[in-house]
Design a protein around this ligand. Structure first.
Ligand code: NAD
Length: 488
């Protein structure tokens, strides 16, 4: 069955190109999918435009749109096993993590399903009896939704669910490396009864299949999650037609541990912060800032536990962490570590590919700790997006805040301390979109997600996540019109 979904029809690419998808854990063939080129994407944009301009989706009552999203949430859970398996085969991530993701994805659809109907407009008090005035919310139009490979369906859900809740139509372009769950989602949207042309899917490489989404005049909004360089390129492309744009970009997230932190909790969560999904998490706590007096004891224990982390494929139940997504990505992580060592970092564990027949065909890289780093090193400033932790020392609250804020990014981070007032003071001064206190990584769909500084702008999830996909229109009605005589 063909894999591009355009105007309610499944079809192949116009030039009949395809791409092999291989599992990063062992190189096995997962599937062969159709590979769109720019012309396919332009057709998908035209379909989304027609579906927006001619309806019925944008004017479907918000409560009915919400009901459809709730049906999709149920269908996602019905197909949870197949979806989790597909996500693990494409990404190489552990099956148990993919299963958590599918639950989160269903929750996201449920949250926006309910939010769709909750706020449809408001009356504005003008103080004039002969006037009524109200603000209504309308969809933005045709949305280009572009997503990365690390949480393929989760990042897709964070865009598709609010876009549909607000009444938009869209063209989705997932990462070329991880297309299978996006294909499955389109089937579920069809099954749930979404009208043709509202949801369109193109698969393929960014510069070909993705590029028209950035500059085509019929696209009204671009919502992008991915790397900083691609985000900058899309922002420039979108400027030509003044598209609305939301960017969820990279991070180099500080994890601050004060000497008075609960030791066991802080060590445990420092490991989760950086090594979850082999560090391929935008909010990964890849930059440990540890108070000087605690440094040696803390880092010794962290290294001891990091060295024991078991690597393995998605279906290896004893594995605690999986492979990196591709050979190219592993090469990037290796180059990053080499640069750190050349800059003077001290390798405490990891730093070389694991040996053994079970690792040969996959893109494995071990948990790696680089100690004695400083914030003038590029290894501290740049995102590796791999299982690599840099460690810096600090002394006191002011230095912790200064160092933590000293990168171009501002996505997320954490502070560990038993001093509640200090935690709140530090959290208030961190230039980050999300701050965890004595925790790392949790999120809820009710609260906004997004970055400060060059981690992007615009918000996903929460009420502002829905607001990204709506226009507020003010309708003023004079109930007692009469000439005003200004130019009589
Ligand atoms: P990427 O920028 O290489 O690719 C992301 C998407 O953009 C892919 O679908 C790709 O095909 C597409 N793309 C590339 N060039 C394009 C172009 N010229 N026009 C249109 N589309 C184009 O990023 P990646 O390697 O897939 O993902 C990793 C990055 O994503 C990391 O930097 C990570 O921090 C970031 N990320 C951020 C968040 C967040 O919430 N802030 C979440 C997940 C990932």
């Amino acid at each position: 069955m063909p894999d591009l979904f355009i105007d309610g029809t499944w079809r192949s690419a116009l030039d009949e190109r395809t791409r092999e998808i291989r599992c990063p854990a062992d190189g096995s063939l997962v599937g062969v999918v159709d590979e769109a080129g720019g012309k396919d994407t332009v057709e998908a944009i035209a379909a989304a435009r027609r579906a927006f301009d001619e309806g019925p989706w944008p004017t479907t009552p918000a409560a009915d749109r919400g009901d459809l999203l709730l049906r999709v949430a149920d269908l996602l859970l019905r197909d949870k096993d197949a979806l989790a398996r597909a996500e693990s085969l494409d990404t190489g991530k552990r099956l148990v993590e993919s299963e958590y993701d599918i639950d989160d994805i269903a929750n996201c659809f449920r949250y926006f399903g309910r939010a769709a109907a909750a706020e449809t407009g408001r009356v504005v008090e003008t103080g004039t009896a002969s006037v009524d005035s109200r603000v209504v919310y309308e969809p933005v139009g045709v949305c280009a939704l572009i997503t990365p490979w690390n949480y393929p369906l989760l990042q897709t859900a964070w865009k598709v669910a609010p876009a549909l809740a607000a009444g938009n139509t869209f063209v989705l372009k997932p990462s070329e490396l991880t297309p299978h769950t996006a294909i499955h989602l389109m089937r579920l949207l069809e099954e749930a009864g979404l009208p043709p042309g509202v949801a369109n899917l193109v698969l393929g490489a960014g510069p070909e299949a993705g590029a028209p989404l950035g500059d085509h005049p019929d696209v009204d909004l671009v919502s992008f999650t991915g790397g900083l360089q691609t985000g900058r390129r899309l922002m420039a492309a979108a400027a030509g037609t003044v598209k609305k744009i939301a960017l969820e970009l990279g991070g180099k997230n500080p994890n601050i541990v004060f000497a008075d932190a609960d030791f066991e909790t802080a060590v445990d969560l420092a490991l989760t912060a950086v090594f979850l999904h082999s560090g391929q998490v935008c909010s990964s706590g890849a930059r440990l800032l540890v108070e000087d007096s605690l440094h040696d004891r803390f880092v010794d224990e962290l290294v001891r536990r990091a060295s024991r982390i078991r690597l393995g494929g998605p279906f290896d139940e004893r594995a605690q962490s999986g492979p990196l997504v591709s050979a190219a990505h592993r090469a990037k992580v290796e180059a990053y570590v080499a640069k750190g060592l050349a800059e003077g970092a001290v390798l405490r564990c990891g730093g070389a590919r694991p040996s053994g027949p079970e690792f040969e065909a996959g893109f494995y890289y071990p948990p790696t700790v680089l100690d004695e780093c400083s914030s003038d090193m590029s290894v501290v400033q740049d995102e590796s997006f791999g299982p690599v932790l840099t460690v810096e020392r600090f002394s006191g609250e002011a230095e912790a805040v200064r160092l933590a804020n000293d990168t171009i990014y501002g996505l997320a981070g954490a502070v560990f301390t038993t001093d509640e007032a200090k935690a709140q003071r530090v959290a208030a001064r961190l230039r980050l979109g999300t701050v965890w206190i004595n925790d790392y990584h949790p999120y809820v769909p009710q609260a906004e997600w997004g970055g400060f500084k060059q981690s992007g702008f615009g918000r996903e999830l929460g009420p502002s996540g829905l607001a990204e996909y709506r226009e507020a229109k003010h309708i003023w009605r004079n109930t007692n019109p009469s000439p005003q005589g200004w130019f009589a």
